[in-house]
Design a protein around this ligand. Sequence first.
Ligand SMILES: [Zn+2]
Length: 387
Amino acid sequence: MIKSIRFLRLWALLVPFIIYGQTAPSEPSNKTMSFEEYEPRSTLVVPGHPVTRAKYPFIDVHNHQANMSPERLKEVAAEMDKLNMAVMVNLSGRGFRRAQNPDGTTTTGLNDGEYLKNSIENVKTAAPGRFLVFTNVDFNGIGEPGWTEKAVRELTQDVKNGATGLKIYKSLGLETKDSSGKRVTVDDPRLDPIWAKCGELKIPVLIHSGDPAPFWLPQDKFNERWLELKQFPDRYRYGKEPSWEQVMNEQFNVFKKHPQTTFISAHMAWMANDLARLGKVLAEHPNMHTEIGAIIYEPGRQPRFARDWFIKYQDRVLFGKDIWAPEEYHVYFRVLETADEYFDYYRKRHAFWKMYGLELPDEVLKKLYYKNALRLLPGIDKSKFPE
Ligand SMILES: [Zn+2]
């Protein structure tokens, strides 16, 4: 009796498999799907140590805040506290302005110095010591008489008003045209007095030149940024001038021409996928530093090589993030601090692969998080940071 019940139970379990296993129609949509739709859930079980708060107080040298009102600054500072972010650098000190012209067209450009001055005043009252503000150069009108002198004058005034650095957007070298319609190269001699002035004023220049090199490659099945190019077709530069090499070399020319000025090349100079080459570039330019904004997926896929590299160049790299999305910082912390394996990154168009932790030594982590920034950026209260 007992035996036959067991036998029936076994059949009850097996019959649906035998019948449906062969005849059940599978959903056609599961057999064909786009790359964008494919989000496999990892079945890997390994120890994991998510990090929601950095091990040490840190300085984010690459951030953009469009709203610098006292209310907003207080809100952002509260979020920063949760991450252990001591200081944020707002690189968009001059913000953005859209003006309606009488003929109906719009001109986009930077705000005036008053905007920057007000932002710095707001920091003093709402969140003292928590935000630094970099100024920007308005390239509108370059080539017209007196443009360079005016740019240097405004830079000097902005620094007097509390700006602690200069940020150059990637439009220089890629899009910016002079008054005669010619592309302005990154190493255009008309900009030399600006770089020299920054050296004289002892403020760093954080400069973003170029874009990820795959943007210049054919958008085919071999391109690691295929998805990004699909989502943002205007980023595609295949066959366009200037080449990636050209723009990057122009940037390095500036570093060479101005050894007295400190430069921070944004986004690991778009060479975090070729760290040996980036190391050579750093060795050639003693006044060059870099920061890890928006590229953590590169060290995160080469944890052993990158760990050695970060140790070797520990005095040359700063912490940056770029987009202000607090929960995304957790991935940065986890890549830098832990030895975790195969965990998620947050933006598929940057990286469809998983992350691995570098488990950087404490001393290297401290330099990356704050010590290098304290050395290069004026105006930060050092007493907030451990020895
Ligand atoms: Zn940026």
